[in-house]
Design a binder for this molecule. Structure first.
Ligand code: PCA
Length: 326
């Protein structure tokens, strides 16, 4: 072989390699539901960067935060049907369709990050099975800080909550509101400021994180740090899209997901108190719930856990048994 021919072969081989790379490179739009500056969304960008890096550019994810590509309530369906290959959503928002997915909304069951992680390990296999039935594969999950109540007045018991218009984010929070004599209305976090400004809602349950993102001190005055549960967001991929990837690419994406999930959880824990400081710094009264209110919440919580166990059946019971056994 002459030198000239060998150069020619090398050139055409690398041209081929380039064509192959171009053909296998995929661009994925990733709708996310929460504010671009929220840690969940920032971690979505970290994940996209890692995936690009670990797959050598084969998968190029573009994050669309704040419900800008699909609204929060539309993201799961978009991924299930393949309109979007990947997306992020609040897991328990799907509990009306699949009760098991409310595993992380059980009041006062797992109220620290360590316990929440333990509960996730107890739930993981069952949850993944359920998501598989919905044509989804979960890549990573990440907890919000603990959930407490926002009001525009001091609240000491359910005597003070009657008739209040309450923004709920899933069926469990709607039930909670009704038990307290409030009127639930389901609203996405992205529309929360608007709902408070127009009086469509005048109270809600959430973490300090969402109160901070939505500057709710412009409308509300009190936050009670009940720490009732730490619900999770998850990043999901369409099952066929996932199965269409090579084992090697799946491994690379999963490595990115495992690292991002751990970093996101650590970030959530690191920020939890910082959010309270921001609410207080902007004039809100941030305190623990008083004993009478807390006792009522705990009683409602016990009933809600019993209801969930009934709805989620044997799989739900297996999750709680596994959690309590450790
Ligand atoms: N923020 C989200 C879900 C839980 C949370 O802390 C919200 O309020 O919609």
């Amino acid at each position: 072989m002459t030198i000239k021919t060998s150069i020619k072969i090398t050139v055409s081989a690398s041209a081929l390699a380039l064509t192959a790379a171009a053909a296998s490179a995929e661009s994925w739009d990733m709708p996310m539901a929460y504010a671009a500056t929220n840690f969940h969304s920032e971690m979505g960008v970290v994940f996209a960067d890692k995936v690009r890096d670990y797959t050598g550019g084969d998968i190029d994810i573009t994050v669309h935060a704040g419900g800008s590509l699909f609204k929060g309530g539309e993201i799961k369906r978009a991924v299930q049907t393949g309109q979007a290959p990947i997306g992020e959503r609040f897991m328990s928002a799907h509990a009306n369709e699949a009760p098991l997915l409310g595993w992380d909304n059980l009041p006062f069951v797992a109220t620290t990050y360590a316990d929440n992680e333990k509960l996730w390990h107890a739930a993981k296999d069952k949850v993944n099975g359920q998501l598989g039935d919905l044509n989804l594969v979960a890549l990573y999950t990440c907890p919000w800080p603990g959930q407490g109540f926002y009001f525009k007045k001091e609240v000491n018991s359910s005597d003070d909550t009657q008739g209040i218009k309450f923004r709920s984010y899933n069926t469990a929070t709607a039930t909670f509101a009704e038990e307290l004599g409030m009127i639930p209305v389901q609203i996405e976090a992205a529309e929360l400021s608007q709902a408070l400004a127009t009086g469509v809602a005048e109270a809600f349950i959430s973490s300090g994180s969402t109160g901070y993102d939505r500057k709710v001190w412009e409308h509300l005055t009190h936050y009670y740090k009940v720490n009732a549960w730490l619900p999770r967001n998850y990043v999901m991929v369409n099952k066929q899209v996932w199965e269409g990837l090579s084992a090697q690419t799946q491994g690379q994406v999963q490595k990115a997901a495992d690292e991002t999930g751990a970093a996101c959880s650590a970030k959530s824990e690191e920020l939890a108190n910082w959010y309270f400081e921001q609410l207080a710094g902007n004039g809100m009264d941030v305190t623990d719930a008083g004993p009478a209110f807390l006792a009522e919440l705990q009683e409602i919580g016990t009933k809600m856990t019993a209801d969930w166990l009934e709805a989620a059946g044997d799989d739900g019971k297996a999750i709680l048994d596994a959690y309590n056994a450790h």
